[in-house]
Design a protein around this ligand. Structure first.
Ligand code: NAP
Length: 337
């Protein structure tokens, strides 16, 4: 129930509710619609590489993920807005029939799910939409992957935790404070129940430039303001271990391509940093005065609750993966190099 969102208890995945919300029943799975071969790069049966469907390519991480995967995969971009371009497919994750139609057309081997309502404050203001997109949307995609026998990587967040302690391992109990965190925690549960082979990757804060407006890339907005001489306020009490978008997208594609990898992982820098300190270091690196970085101490009105200390421990992924991501300073440097 949407009403359960925003509570501090761990959301549970309700399979009965799943069936009531239009996931595949036995009779729904009729793969009648032929793949629209002309819209994809080469005929599907002649493609040399495996097909990767990236859902949410118009956003911040999508921009990087498309670039990082082009060499290894035949990439199909799945987005809400229809472009009718080759290598694209239209889908709205909140609409199971649209997801199923896209899967019938594309027949992906691999799926990277980036699509989400990622604005935490917007989620708080519109919990039903947030739940439909982030929770049910992930469920629809996981169901479709299970039917298509496709590998899935689902992108989640440190906001599944309340941030009241320093350092969270993958197995720590979830304790979201916000609608966004609750919807993602519910989605994680659904994805893992429906598709045990799926990878669920959590991260706390992604840094980088999307180079376009309307995405979740904080640096685009901040640098634009600094260029105009406007100060930007950064919370002093929120600490995060960031990761840069380029490294993250390469990690996601590498994990997805390795059929041995499944389950829950955390990724991020080895140290955490307050958002205020991060703002100061970003300004310095971008060549702006520290006067343009202001401390934000109080909770701003209309701001969704956020955990204070979101430090995701990354020992698990580091044991099996050469991350290349080390300190927060190195993450910052990568954004500008
Ligand atoms: N950036 C971070 O710091 C951060 C941290 C933790 C986790 N994450 C997670 O990482 C993933 C990617 O985030 P991002 O930063 O790239 O976010 P973003 O810039 O906001 O991009 C979100 C993407 O989702 C698409 N989308 C939204 N609703 C959709 C729907 N109903 N159907 C299909 N597509 C839909 C958007 O398409 P439109 O252009 O049509 O809106 C956009 O392409 C998300 O799962 C997010 O929760 C991000």
């Amino acid at each position: 129930m949407v009403r359960s969102l925003g509570t501090e208890s761990a959301p549970t995945y309700n399979k009965a509710a799943t069936n009531a919300h239009g996931s595949f029943g036995d009779h729904d799975v009729v793969w009648l619609e032929a793949p629209v071969a002309s819209r994809f790069p080469g005929r599907l049966d002649e493609m040399s590489k495996q097909r990767l469907l990236i859902i949410g390519t118009s956003g911040f991480l999508g921009t990087y993920a498309v670039q990082s995967s082009a060499e290894r995969f035949d990439v199909i971009r799945g987005d809400r807005s229809s472009s009718n371009q080759p290598g694209t497919v239209q889908l709205d994750v909140a609409d199971s029939s649209s997801v199923n139609r896209a899967f019938r057309q594309v027949q992906p081997n691999y799926v990277l799910l980036l699509a989400a309502m990622s604005d935490i404050d917007r989620c708080e203001a519109a919990p039903e939409l947030a739940f439909a997109t982030n929770a049910r949307g992930a469920e629809h995609v996981a169901n479709a992957c299970a039917r298509a026998n496709a590998r899935l990587l689902f992108t989640s967040t440190a906001a599944v935790f309340d941030g009241k302690k320093h350092g969270y391992r993958e197995e720590a109990e979830v304790s979201p404070l916000s609608v966004y965190g609750s919807s993602k925690a519910w989605a994680e549960n659904a994805v893992r129940s429906l598709l045990p082979s799926a990878i669920v990757l959590r991260f706390a804060l992604v840094l980088g430039f999307a180079g376009k407006s309307g995405t979740n890339a904080m640096l685009d907005t901040v640098v634009q303001k600094w260029k105009a001489g406007q100060p930007v306020s950064f919370p002093t009490r929120e600490t995060r271990n960031p990761v840069d978008a380029d490294s993250l997208s390469k990690i996601m594609i590498g994990m997805l391509a390795n059929d041995q990898v499944s389950g829950l992982y955390h990724v991020g820098a080895t140290d955490s940093i307050s958002r205020f300190e991060l703002g100061k270091r970003l300004a310095a690196r971008a060549g702006f005065s520290s006067d343009l970085v202001r401390p934000l101490n109080a909770t701003a009105p209309g701001r969704a609750p956020r955990g204070e200390d979101h430090f995701l421990l990354t020992d698990k992924i580091r044991k099996v993966w050469n991350l290349g991501v080390q300190t927060s300073d190195q993450v910052i440097e990568r954004c500008f190099s």
